[in-house]
Design a protein around this ligand. Structure first.
Ligand code: ADP
Ligand code: ASP
Ligand code: MG
Length: 403
């Protein structure tokens, strides 16, 4: 018995039958004597549909109004789930993000949670209510609605678990846990029993959609163990925690990220300070740069290539084009037909040869590597988007033996 936070994603509440299924899971947990706070996402593809609706009206809607629109998806879910729980005869109340005390900064579209004023949550739990909270949303200092970025309901759940010192935080989804690759795309993907925060953070950042990376960051910060499990099938999921048993695995997962654009500036002067100027301009626009490659200087010029998120490519080109004398007249090539494929695992820190094995798998499949970046627990390569799925497959086969 204790306080349990349970989060259900979009597909887990996509229709009346799935909402009733969730009500069944929640009330079963409550009936065992637990206090339960439930966090829900918008139903099915609602958030995508709302984004499309906005696009029908305006090609550049303001970020504030986008958040006003997108928060409505979660409002529908909390009301429907509360009705479902009510219909089973249990005490329940639904709350929007602001009612649950979510205070965020003012970055519409990807706001960060600043604090949770949890008095209302505590009061409702004190009344023995099951509390159903809208994920993905909060309120900024202007009393305007904000959203936390795509997949942000995971972060809402972890934040509540941290604020209330919950005993468990369960993230229910449409797969049985965290796998060695996307189980919908790679049939041989294996479910992991456990994974460390650091590995999960890399996987989430590098394209494994199953958990939002900010939620993992927050779970690590507050020491909240996460259990990722299926809302469809009652089987054990994956535990995300500080120290995980290694299961004799060198590589814990293979990911694909297609939200990448590669920018190359050709023939910049080979003098000190150029890289500083380029990347400080991008930083000033809050553009995150990922892999960077600089060619060896020849004839007093060099090429600088780097990757950014697709959404930032135009702003990055604009930053480089405006009042930058050294870049005047230089070609800036932008390629969005690329994908970043990564292998992640704490085991590779102490095992030489991981990179060679990954590159061999790509070579044997005749897949060309455009860029490479490494850290202690991951290796990423940039390749042609057309080769992406094949690359994940062959790399996964090379590292994760099939049973
Ligand atoms: P929810 O709506 O429950 O938040 P998401 O769609 O955000 O669910 O995340 C679950 C999806 O993540 C799965 O359906 C799966 O296709 C995808 N996924 C990608 N990589 C992985 C992985 N390594 N392990 C598990 N699922 C993954
Ligand atoms: N509904 C939001 C989204 O689709 C938040 C979430 O699902 O976590 O991104
Ligand atoms: Mg999600």
């Amino acid at each position: 018995m204790g306080l349990i936070v349970q989060k259900f994603g979009g597909s887990s509440v996509k229709n009346a039958e799935r909402v009733m299924n969730v009500a069944g899971i929640v009330t079963e947990t409550y009936s065992k004597g637990n206090d339960v706070v439930v966090v829900v996402s918008a139903q099915g593809d609602t958030t995508d549909d709302l984004i499309e609706k906005a696009a029908e009206i305006s090609s550049k809607p303001s970020a504030r109004e986008m958040d006003m629109l997108l928060t409505s998806g979660e409002q529908i879910s909390v009301a429907l789930l509360a009705m479902a729980i009510e219909s089973l005869g249990f005490p329940v109340i639904s709350l929007l993000g602001w009612q649950a005390g979510f205070q965020t900064d003012s970055t519409y579209g990807s706001a960060r949670i600043k604090s949770i004023k949890a008095d209302r949550l505590r009061a409702e739990i004190g009344r023995r209510n099951i509390v159903v909270v809208a994920g993905f949303q909060g309120l900024n200092k202007y009393d305007d609605l904000t959203t936390l970025g795509r997949g942000g309901s995971d972060t809402s759940a972890v934040a509540i678990a941290a604020a209330l010192h919950a005993d468990r935080c369960q993230i229910f989804t449409d797969v049985e846990g965290v796998f060695t690759a996307d189980p919908r795309k790679i049939p041989g993907a294996k479910k992991l029993q456990e994974i460390t925060y650091d590995e999960m953070l890399e996987l989430a950042t590098l394209g494994a959609q199953v958990l939002n990376n900010r939620s993992v960051e927050m779970a690590k910060k507050y020491g909240i163990e996460l259990e990722v499990l299926s809302s469809y099938k009652r089987v054990p999921g994956t535990i995300v925690k500080e120290v995980a048993t290694m299961e004799k695995m060198l590589v814990r997962g293979v990911t694909k990220d297609t939200d990448v654009a590669r920018l190359s500036i050709i023939g910049v002067p080979d003098i000190p300070g150029i890289a500083f100027k380029i990347f400080s301009r991008l930083a000033a626009r809050k553009i995150n740069v990922d892999i960077i490659l600089q060619s060896v200087g020849r004839d007093n010029t060099k090429d600088i290539t780097f990757t950014v998120g697709k959404a930032n490519k135009d702003s990055a080109i604009e930053a480089l084009r405006s009042s930058f004398t050294e870049l005047e007249g230089k070609d800036i090539i932008c390629d969005t037909e690329v994908a970043k494929i990564s292998v992640v695992g704490a085991g590779m820190e102490s095992h030489p040869g991981t990179a060679a094995k990954m590159f061999e798998a790509l070579y044997e499949s005749d897949i060309n590597i455009q860029m490479i970046s490494t850290s202690e627990i991951k290796i990423s390569v940039l390749i042609d988007i057309a080769d992406a799925d094949r690359a994940v497959n062959v790399i996964h086969k090379a590292f994760i033996p099939e049973e």
